[in-house]
Ligand binder design. Sequence first.
Ligand SMILES: C[S@@+](CC[C@H](N)C(=O)[O-])C[C@H]1O[C@@H](n2cnc3c(N)ncnc32)[C@H](O)[C@@H]1O
Length: 253
Amino acid sequence: MTTKNRASVLYQVRYAVQNPTKVPGYARRLARDLILRLRSRDHVTYYRGVMRSDATRSAEAAVGSKSHARWLALGKMQFDYLVEHGFKPDHRMLEIGCGNLRAGRLFIDYLDAGNYYGIDISPDILVAAQETLVSYGLRDKLPHLTPVRDLRFAFLPDAYFDVVHAHSVFSHSPLHVIEECFAHVGRVLAPNGFFDFTFDRTEGEEHHVLREDFYYRTETLVALAERHGLKARFMADWEKRRHGQSKIRITHA
Ligand SMILES: C[S@@+](CC[C@H](N)C(=O)[O-])C[C@H]1O[C@@H](n2cnc3c(N)ncnc32)[C@H](O)[C@@H]1O
């Protein structure tokens, strides 16, 4: 959780003075932002470009892990929490923004064969996801991995998924992308299903940095879900995991 506006010039100058080693990386992202902004017609195209550039360097870093140990730990953190909060092997799961299966590999291993559906806007990261399947010996679980352009889920059946999961996806999404998801997720969610997602929480002004990192107030997302006939609950016990993001669980109202 933050109260600071990371997009403000004052914040950025102070941060640069305190963290001089991070300046070259930020300058590189700034230059990329300018190029991608000129080339991209919408946010999904823009972010697909971010993922292409990041995944070319390292798929694990592209999903936000600075080391393989962190990649393993972040996957386990998601998996353990879900199992403690109602996730069962016979569930049918949709993972939005599955990345290179940091948690997905554990979900796939746990679920009955064929019950995992991972979607992502980045073809590059889905290729890396296939490599994860091979490395962890998960072929026989026959998971579905599908590239998407939007979050309308038009190709998926009604009332099908017991669990929908999106970790570190809305932290990279403008509000209209989240709203598109809320407008359509209720159709694919089973009657007793739940949809867990993380977000970067601010208690100050909502803002974004370079269209890559978005900060929302809890009440904005709760109200948005309610406008689409969904019930949203802040998962206070997730905060204890010290992941940095917050979590909301959505169910049918
Ligand atoms: C930080 S990574 C997290 C990946 C995975 N959830 C994990 O925890 O390892 C965010 C992922 O979400 C994907 N993504 C971003 N916006 C998306 C959108 N609107 N729809 C689907 N996937 C999206 C990105 O391509 C990327 O793979």
